[in-house]
Ligand binder design. Structure first.
Ligand code: AMP
Length: 114
């Protein structure tokens, strides 16, 4: 068995996290180093390393992650909008190789991103 990812350890409750939502397909918890008043990571239970590892069979799962992001935004009262981000590999500064959707809100963001 390959080593568990950090996020699998959170899913398995081996590492604590501030979990805000979970279901059969994913878990969502607050980022330990928040970049906005709301910064939640939506993480599939399936440990897919990067967006480049997605296959056609993962399409419903990825759609589900966005619906969970929508729900979290509503729960967090992000009526003015929010940003969702998947970082993919080195140029995007991906640091945890278990895909996760960042949900950021509670402030206004600039574009282009840094
Ligand atoms: P990325 O750079 O897109 O791979 O994002 C990884 C994110 O995971 C970063 O925003 C980190 O702050 C966050 N992170 C790392 N360790 C933890 C942890 N133990 N609990 C919650 N978030 C974490």
């Amino acid at each position: 068995m390959p080593d568990k990812t950090l996020f699998e350890k959170i899913i398995d409750r081996e590492i604590p996290a501030d979990i805000v939502y979970e279901d059969a397909q994913c878990i969502a918890f607050r980022d330990i180093n928040p970049q906005a008043p709301t910064h939640v990571l939506v993480v599939p239970r399936k440990p897919i390393p990067t967006l480049d590892d997605l296959t056609e069979e993962d399409a419903p799962l990825v759609g589900h992650l966005f619906l969970v992001a929508q729900r979290i935004a509503a729960d967090e009262g992000l009526t003015g909008g929010y940003r969702t981000v998947f970082n993919c590999k080195a140029d995007a500064q991906q640091t945890v190789f278990h895909i996760h959707l960042h949900v950021l809100g509670g402030r206004s963001f600039s574009w282009p991103p840094g």
